[in-house]
Design a protein around this ligand. Structure first.
Ligand SMILES: Cc1cc2nc3c(=O)[nH]c(=O)nc-3n(C[C@H](O)[C@H](O)[C@H](O)COP(=O)(O)OP(=O)(O)OC[C@H]3O[C@@H](n4cnc5c(N)ncnc54)[C@H](O)[C@@H]3O)c2cc1C
Ligand code: FES
Length: 279
């Protein structure tokens, strides 16, 4: 059982939880994830390790309440326990040794995953341009935290209600066109966003890492659920990733596979009990 130490609502749909998990905190690195199960009937759900504190023995997760399992998790409070919390899983993000300037791009809740990447790079004295995109001002998260781990922070909103109006790709393109030289670009967010970032960087031959979010079940390379095609080969995101070279990823296939269970995933919240059920 894993105790929730802190719970913070970052916006209407996004929750931060600091969870007591000393063995995971001891080994966690940027880019890795955990799989949790709220209770015995719960699904196994992957979430990225947004932060960790080795001394306190805690791991921070930031998640969007999107369907039944994340809603169930969001109903827990400080002092409550999560049944299973397994990790760290996946391969830590690997950057080339001699990089000097990186653009880290987060889309929506993807900023929660972009943040630890930016923090790790910034702490190694690498210049970080962090480009964070949101649909509107109401859902902007982690602004202060992202500012603290970036050389320049650019915020965009689709409707222009905060920061620059438009998409993250427009800022990236402007930066590149104005002569800024990035050794690597990291993109984390909705699949179309990562695909479009790759379309911007490919003609300039800028190495681009993306963090893939296929459906995962066991998280250990056994079930095949998270298979993705990278450079024409089948890879398992849970053990070979979740980070891959974006220029080699078959995003269209990933989008189709991720939509496979949409009709089964509709969550029902009981108005009498507040309980969450699928179907
Ligand atoms: C490696 C990895 C890291 C992730 N990190 C984060 C994170 O830090 N924060 C965050 O908000 N989300 C993260 N996600 C996505 C998160 O796992 C899904 O939002 C969550 O599984 C939704 O489950 P649900 O039951 O609440 O919603 P559902 O309604 O069941 O599903 C909504 C959507 O979530 C995805 N999903 C559902 N079940 C799974 C599953 N077992 N594995 C993967 N995706 C699934 C599907 O795209 C689905 O359409 C990550 C996914 C992966 C693979
Ligand atoms: S989740 Fe089963 S192989 Fe990756």
């Amino acid at each position: 059982m894993f105790k929730i130490i802190t719970k913070r609502q970052l916006n209407d749909q996004v929750v931060l939880m600091e969870v007591e998990a000393p063995f995971i905190a001891k080994k966690a690195q940027a880019g890795q994830f955990i799989i949790f199960r709220v209770d015995e009937k719960g699904e196994r759900i992957p979430l990225t390790i947004a932060d960790y504190d080795r001394e306190k023995g805690t791991v921070t997760i930031i998640f969007q309440t999107i369907g039944a399992s994340t809603q169930r998790l969001s109903l827990l409070n400080e002092g409550d326990y999560i049944l299973d919390f397994v990790g760290p899983l996946g391969v830590a993000t690997h950057f080339d040794k001699d990089i000097k300037k990186v653009a880290v791009i987060g889309g929506g809740v993807g900023c929660a995953i972009a943040y630890p990447q930016a923090k790790m790079l910034y702490n190694k004295s690498i210049e970080v341009d962090l480009i964070a995109g949101f649909r509107n001002k109401e859902i902007v998260i982690l602004e202060k935290e992202m500012k603290n781990v970036s050389t320049n922070l650019f915020i965009t909103t689709d409707d222009g209600s905060y920061g620059a109006k438009g998409f993250v790709t427009e800022v990236l393109k402007k930066q590149i066109d104005s002569g800024v030289k990035y050794d690597t670009v990291v993109a984390i967010g909705p699949i179309p966003m990562m695909k479009f970032v790759c379309d911007v960087t490919k003609p300039h031959n800028i190495k681009t890492l993306v963090s893939l979010n296929p459906i995962m079940i066991d998280g250990t390379g056994m079930c095949g659920g998270c298979r993705v095609t990278v450079n024409g080969e089948t890879k398992y995101a849970c053990v070979d990733g979740p980070d891959f070279d974006g220029h080699q990823v078959d995003f269209d296939e990933l989008m189709i596979r991720n939509a496979s269970y949409h009709s089964n995933e509709k969550a029902h919240i009981c108005r009498l009990t507040g309980g969450v059920n699928n179907g």
